[in-house]
Design a protein around this ligand. Structure first.
Ligand code: COA
Length: 154
């Protein structure tokens, strides 16, 4: 069906759509660098086998995205662990299961890659975000998340 939702890896030629979607993630964000540096970073991301950017596509439009990072590891039987970042659904497509499908897909890839855990941090003030993550299997309270920032940053 043309209109059905699918989740897949992002293609190299979809950077502009992803950047547009990122404006739905944070109302304010730091300015992006110039085209050349941006494309260099995109190339780096797309050529790194440990980085997977997934998109949810509906009716030919990218309506959601998230990034899964899989980190090789020498403990836990040398099983890797995963990190999920930049989870976003287009404003007009929220509360329709898009985010859930994205997270289920990313987690399945992580388990297929034998990850022993997947981590995620959120400071989203949006109501329902913690429910959203708990519904797809993340648990609060088993670990404490800490973050360091470079001097001068908020
Ligand atoms: C958080 C976000 C990714 C959720 O995406 P989504 O596609 O709307 O999520 P789903 O439709 O799969 O929601 C699944 C469940 O999560 C909960 N949920 C999601 N958004 C919610 C909201 N705004 N209020 C209350 N519950 C919410 C509900 O339980 C929902 O199930 P229901 O619709 O049957 O009640 C989306 O709201 C978003 O992009 N927010 C802005 C960016 C952001 O905060 N990202 C997270 C950064 S860590």
């Amino acid at each position: 069906v043309e209109d059905s939702l699918c989740v897949r890896r992002i293609r190299d030629d979809e950077l502009a759509s992803l950047l547009e979607l990122h404006t739905h993630l944070n109302p304010v964000d730091d300015p992006l660098p110039g085209k050349e540096q941006l494309e260099q970073t995109w190339k780096e991301i797309q050529s790194d086998p440990r980085l997977r950017c997934f998109v949810a596509v509906q009716g030919g439009r990218i309506v959601g995205s998230c990034m899964l990072i899989i980190i090789p590891n020498l403990t836990r039987g040398a099983r890797p662990y995963g990190l999920i970042e930049n989870v976003v659904t287009h404003r007009e497509y929220r509360r329709r299961g898009v985010g859930t499908r994205l997270m289920q897909h990313a987690l399945q890839v992580a388990w297929d890659q034998k990850c022993y855990k997947v981590m995620l941090l959120t400071s989203s003030p949006q109501e329902g975000v913690l429910d959203f993550y708990e519904k797809v299997g993340f648990v609060q309270g088993v670990k404490t998340g800490l973050v360091a920032y470079p001097k001068g940053a908020v």
